[in-house]
Structure formats: C-alpha cells, structure tokens
Design a protein around this ligand. Sequence first.
Ligand SMILES: Cc1cc2nc3c(=O)[nH]c(=O)nc-3n(C[C@H](O)[C@H](O)[C@H](O)COP(=O)(O)OP(=O)(O)OC[C@H]3O[C@@H](n4cnc5c(N)ncnc54)[C@H](O)[C@@H]3O)c2cc1C
Length: 429
Amino acid sequence: MKYDTLVIGGGIAGQEASLNLAYNGLKVLLVEKDLSIGGKMIHLSKVFPTLDCGACIATPKISETARNPNITIMTYSEVLEIERDEFFYKVKVLKNPRYINEELCTGCQDCENVCPVVINDEYNYGLIGRKAVYIPFNLANPRIATIDIKNCTLCGACEKACSANAIDFTQEKQEYTFIVKSIIIATGFDLFSAEKKKEYNYDKYRNVIHAMEMERLLSPTRPYDSVIRPLDGKEPDNIAYVLCTGSRDRTLNNPICSQICCMYSIKQAQLLTGALPIADITIYYIDIRAFGKGFDEFYEQAKSMDINFVKAKIATITEKNDGSGNLLLRYEDIENGEVIKEAEHDLVVLSVGILPNTDFTSFFKNGDNLEVDDFNYVKQTDELISPAKTSVGGVFVAGTAAGPMDIPDAIISAGDASAEAMSYVKKLN
Ligand SMILES: Cc1cc2nc3c(=O)[nH]c(=O)nc-3n(C[C@H](O)[C@H](O)[C@H](O)COP(=O)(O)OP(=O)(O)OC[C@H]3O[C@@H](n4cnc5c(N)ncnc54)[C@H](O)[C@@H]3O)c2cc1C
C-alpha cells in the first residue's frame, strides 16, 4: 500500500497535520500506538487560558480525523522500522492483537461488564480500576474493546456475553509494509515520573498526587463526583502545588523549563476554587512563566481569586505522624530569604514536567540518522526559518516531539510540518 505521508502519533499535533494533508488531497497513514487516537489532550479537564472544556475541543477533532476518507488510521500499532529507498520510504508497522474482531465489535461493553478482573486504569492514572477486557475511555475512537491479555484469566465470561461473537483469542501480532513519500513525527512527550523526585515521596504517600491525576479529578469525565484525597476520600481543604517537579532540575537530567506547568497549575487552582469553594490553595513556585497571550492576565486573575503564591524551593515532603494523612512541606522561602520553613497541607499536587519521548530514535535504519537535540527531542535543523525540518530529508516534526509546548503551539507546529510535507511531496510528483 502507498501513502503520501506517514504521520506517527495521533495526539493533537498528529491529527492536525493529518487533516491539513488530507484536505489538500494527500493520502495519509496515521499510526498510533495507543488503543485510541487523542493523545494527552483527551485526558485534560479544561484548557488554559480560556478554560474551555478539553474534551469538547478534542473529540470533534478526533471524529473529523477518523472520518476523513484520505486518512487511514492504525491504532495499537507501532512503527518497527523505516528504510529509505531512493525517493520513498519503506515502513514496517506492527499491529498488536486486540483479541477482538474489530469488524464485529459494536462497543456495547457487555464483555467489560462481566469481566471479573479489575486492575489499575491507565487513562485515570490508577485513580480507579478497569477490567481486563475494556474500552479505554468513553470517547475512545475507535470504540472497540481490547483484551489485556497479560491480565486476562481466560475465564471465558466475555466470550459468553458477547452477542456479536467478536472475541477472538487466536489473533496474533501482524506486520505490514507500506511505501510512503514523506513522514511526520508527532510522537509527543512523556510525563516526568513523579517517583523519580525521591524527596517528594510520591510513591510513599497517597495524598501526594501529580498534575495529570488532578486533571482527571477535575475533568467532566472524572472518576469521582468530587475532588477527593486518594488516601481516605476526604475533600481536601488546603491544597499545595509544587511547581517545576522534574523540570529545570539538573540533578534529574532535565535542565529545561517544561513551559506548560505554571499555566496548567494556575488553571487547576482556578478550577479548584469552583470545585472546592472553601479550600485554600497555595502554589509554590521558583518563577511564574506566563509568557503567552492572555497568560499574565490569567495569573493576575488567579491572585485576585485568593490563590496564594509563594516563591519557594521545596526540599522535602513528608507525612505528618498523627494519622491525619496530612503532609509537611519543608522549603526555602526565596522572597523572604528564610532557609527552612514548614507548611502543612492535606493534599499536594506535583506539577510534573515533560520529557522527550525518544521512540523515534529506533525508527530509522539504513544509515539515516534522525538527529536529537541537546535535550533529546527531535532536532529542528532550521529552527528559526523551517522549524519542522529534521536532519532527514522528507521527515518533519510536529508538536511536542520537537520540545515542550502547549496545545495552540502544537497546532501551529503541525501546520508547519504539514505544509513542509505537502511541498516535499509535490516536488517529488
Ligand atoms: C497536566 C497537564 C495539563 C495540561 N494542560 C494544558 C492546557 O490546559 N492547555 C494547553 O494548551 N496545554 C496543556 N497541556 C499540554 C498538552 O497536553 C500538550 O501541549 C499536547 O498534548 C501536545 O500534543 P502532542 O500531539 O504534541 O503530544 P501528545 O498529546 O503526547 O500525543 C502524542 C501521541 O503520539 C502517540 N505515540 C507516542 N509514541 C508513539 C509511537 N512510537 N508510535 C505511534 N504513536 C505514538 C501517543 O500515544 C499520543 O497519542 C497540559 C499538559 C499536562 C501534562
């Protein structure tokens, strides 16, 4: 099968790039490794600085991408290798088995309802459970169940419950080969693993959560009716945010600013004033970087809502030794020059930074060297004039695969990548 462009990654950047190409008549193959397209944006509550509902923007875009006749989507699939063949690229893609016949599954979830296995739900970052046969989230596209074979007990309950006869335990991994003329890498970012910041004890104390967990707690598709502490289900009334967790931190090998954490923390704090009107919220920050259009006003608005901002460096987070589950933050108060201060909060949110997803480093064979930049993102070889260009001809980068950025910037970057890919393909024809 031949395509004009292979887009790797179905987050907001990959979808935007695919749609631009498709509306201009190019044939696109979109390969996504997760069960659904959508990327991180589908996990978000609302978006800064407009406070629009994230899913309300993301889902129409997902449907538009899924329905476009010029876009072929392969979900639950991985690019195994890419080889240049003079003017074209030969791409090997591995499709993982869902153990469900995709043509027959109606997405009714009857299988899910009878499955006896409950494990951590990745979409909700482990805040609740999911079954071993499952649809990852309500708005998933495609809406097809998948059997998580590692956790399945092969009890057969789903097979009995499925009136469409869609369960198929005989499925195996399948390899496909495609010929494409250009490639857009839109593989996005990885979230910093909060447990790596040892002093904050994320893996020890359940009332220390990270910002994506808070996104889920605040989302319209949230797991609980209210924002609650994981330890005991209590509504918190004194919440702390710790900015720059895993960013601007040489000890963790991530010296750069993640660009989004200040703003998403201010966003969440504002949303919390609505969700928990009597809660006190304190944001511990090193600097507030409110650099985008309307961002500074958004920050000022947060201050006027009585959200506390403390310029501080947090040294440690420990649990109070009185059974309350409350947390003690020891910190340096930068503003007042006091070295060790202590504050008590009943929930701590770590504003985790973003890291490069380095999957792309394994894609290219045959001596093609897709260079990485100093921080392990895809290197933009002409950053000022043609930011989508990479070190390999015909291969472009879109969204956070190129570095930290918010959703509007990821969309702009996808526009650039699709324009570059289009002009590259037109020159070949
Ligand atoms: C807590 C938090 C809150 C945020 N809030 C906001 C906000 O309010 N406003 C805002 O503008 N931004 C916000 N952001 C930032 C926003 O999430 C990103 O800007 C956006 O998701 C970037 O989109 P992307 O497509 O570049 O990457 P991603 O969303 O990471 O999408 C990448 C896609 O590629 C897929 N993929 C990865 N590797 C492969 C592979 N090897 N093969 C195939 N597919 C692959 C992934 O599964 C994913 O679907 C927030 C981020 C966080 C962490």
